[in-house]
Design a protein around this ligand. Sequence first.
Ligand SMILES: Cc1cc2nc3c(=O)[nH]c(=O)nc-3n(C[C@H](O)[C@H](O)[C@H](O)COP(=O)(O)OP(=O)(O)OC[C@H]3O[C@@H](n4cnc5c(N)ncnc54)[C@H](O)[C@@H]3O)c2cc1C
Length: 356
Amino acid sequence: MKSGKIIIVGQGVSGTLFSWFCEQHNLDFILIDNVIKNSPSKTAAGLINPVTGRRVVTVWMDDIILPFAEKTYGEMGRLLGIEAISKMDIVDFFPNPFMKESFLKKMNQQAPYISLAKDEQYLSEYFNYEFGTGIIDPAYIVYLQQLLPAWRQHLQAEGKFIDEAFDFAQLQVSDTGVQYGNILADTIVFCDGVAGSENPYFNLLPFALNKGEAIIIEAPDLPAGHIYKKSMTLAPFGEAGIFWAGTNYIWEYDDEHPTEAFRKSTEQNLNSWLKVPYKIIDHKAAVRPATVERRPFVGLHPVYKNVGILNGMGTKGCSLAPYFASQLVQHIVRQHPIEKEADLARHTRILSRSQL
Ligand SMILES: Cc1cc2nc3c(=O)[nH]c(=O)nc-3n(C[C@H](O)[C@H](O)[C@H](O)COP(=O)(O)OP(=O)(O)OC[C@H]3O[C@@H](n4cnc5c(N)ncnc54)[C@H](O)[C@@H]3O)c2cc1C
């Protein structure tokens, strides 16, 4: 008889949300994570932006994914007694007149989420800017720095968390279930982020890893109720007066560590943009588990049907993880279909070549 148990590997935003929905469905599970400091989930701003790029294009599945994320993080925050998510606008400082023009053009096409600030000068006490500001609303900040440890403590209190590096040598997969050490389960689901690109079950998937950095600043005079955007993003980072400033996208890198070059260029940008004093208090870097098609990997392996994956969140883990974690749980429990563009089934051919 099947035990119904699930082993989850990884507690970034993907594993956190996947285990949340396992708990919501009263499933028996155990989560294994080696608690590294510089995972992307611990480096991210936590921003959920309804539009993307300088052409302010509405993000994929915005009408489903964004309200779902808001509701889910709200419920998690209430259970854990923390503020997990805040709704706020993004103030988009136009870097030049052309950007303002293209924003206005988009507005005139009735694009959702965007408008012009009523008073162009309302932030002139805090920032240097010449070409006005657009407003993107609503956006959200997910406070991952608070949410991830609070969820880990919750799981620890329930005896559902193992703090160790997952060891593939101890994993046995058969047609009827999986065994890890002395843990027997029906299914194992890998939410292992960048490590997924070296996971023997999923290393053939088209990952397109890229590195990003951020500095954390203390700027007590800066109003905290907005996210600010110019050549970088400046976002409230969970504590009064603390902001996250980033980022960059580097596809060829020597290691995952912070670089002096990023720190210098970010400092230069902040010095010319901010009118208020600030102090750098931290510098972070991590590699994003991005994919060639910019869509996540969600589903069960076509050959090893008891082995699942929730990965490939790229730059948008905070918005994508809740919806696709829920879909994967529904898929495992009730065989519900997974959204086609995210479904692992699109890679059946390549994964059929997996040799273990
Ligand atoms: C600078 C930067 C800024 C970003 N800003 C944003 C943002 O504002 N908004 C947004 O939505 N996204 C942002 N992202 C992207 C976001 O961070 C990722 O999409 C997301 O964190 C991916 O989460 P994950 O849980 O899939 O992977 P990860 O965060 O990598 O989590 C994987 C977990 O698995 C664990 N693990 C892996 N292998 C093993 C093993 N063998 N044994 C045990 N544990 C293991 C790791 O320790 C880790 O805890 C940003 C990324 C970077 C780098």
